[in-house]
Design a protein around this ligand. Structure first.
Ligand SMILES: CC(C)(COP(=O)(O)OP(=O)(O)OC[C@H]1O[C@@H](n2cnc3c(N)ncnc32)[C@H](O)[C@@H]1OP(=O)(O)O)[C@@H](O)C(=O)NCCC(=O)NCCS
Length: 183
């Protein structure tokens, strides 16, 4: 059977993908910042457990999503959760479902690991299409005040968790500087 019409495959990254992943961010964002953030997060013990997902087509990486550990400090026991940052699709592959595929694959794997919440800071015009809702109305606060507030979003992987867990998110050290939290 021919694979000529097969689309990209989303899978967990391996160490062999490292250079390709960094290139994806450089090409998607057209600057160094996100590539450097990925390098920092991959080396940051406080980002663990993390999940790195790539989209590959015929040996070429078209996209990458990095999910790193966060906790929700709610005054009681911290709840394990994850944050998606950064997400990138190379310009030639944008708008063809690669970003969606990366998010769905990542959320499926995280749900299997027992992660209940995935946060993201980004354009609600995009993330609302892929399962995210504004987090603040659910009592889930970012480490900093976010402007506009609607950019701080969450996706529940467990049907009972929204509303049951409230508090402030604490992220990995590499993601903690305030400049990463401006939209
Ligand atoms: C943002 C980005 C990750 C989206 O990935 P993508 O593969 O282009 O997105 P998809 O094709 O999976 O799009 C999913 C849906 O969102 C829509 N969409 C795509 N980009 C959008 C945007 N910027 N704003 C609003 N909707 C958008 C698509 O039309 C699609 O909708 P549909 O399913 O109703 O047709 C990608 O365009 C990118 O890497 N951009 C540059 C880097 C960046 O800004 N990253 C985001 C950091 S928060």
């Amino acid at each position: 059977m021919s694979a000529a019409h097969a689309g990209p495959v989303c899978r967990m990254a391996t160490s062999a993908d490292r250079v390709g992943i960094l290139e994806v961010h450089q090409r998607a964002f057209g600057r160094d910042e996100e590539r450097l953030l990925v390098e920092s997060l991959l080396a940051d013990p406080s980002a663990q457990p993390l999940l790195s997902v790539v989209a590959e087509l015929q040996g070429e990486l078209l996209g990458h999503a990095l999910f790193t550990a966060v906790t929700v400090l709610n005054g009681g026991a911290p709840t394990g959760a994850s944050i998606l940052a950064p997400l990138a699709v190379v310009p030639s592959a944008q708008g063809s479902g690669v970003g969606r595929g990366l998010i769905e694959t990542g959320c499926r794997i995280l749900a299997e690991r027992g992660v209940a919440l995935v946060f993201v800071l980004g354009d609600p015009g995009y993330y609302a299409r892929v399962g995210f809702v504004p987090a603040l109305p659910h009592g889930l606060k970012a480490p900093y005040v976010i402007e506009p507030a609607a950019a701080w979003q969450v996706r529940a992987l467990d049907g009972h968790v929204l509303g049951a867990v409230r508090g402030v998110v604490r992220c990995a050290d590499a993601l903690a500087p305030e400049h990463y939290w401006r939209e």
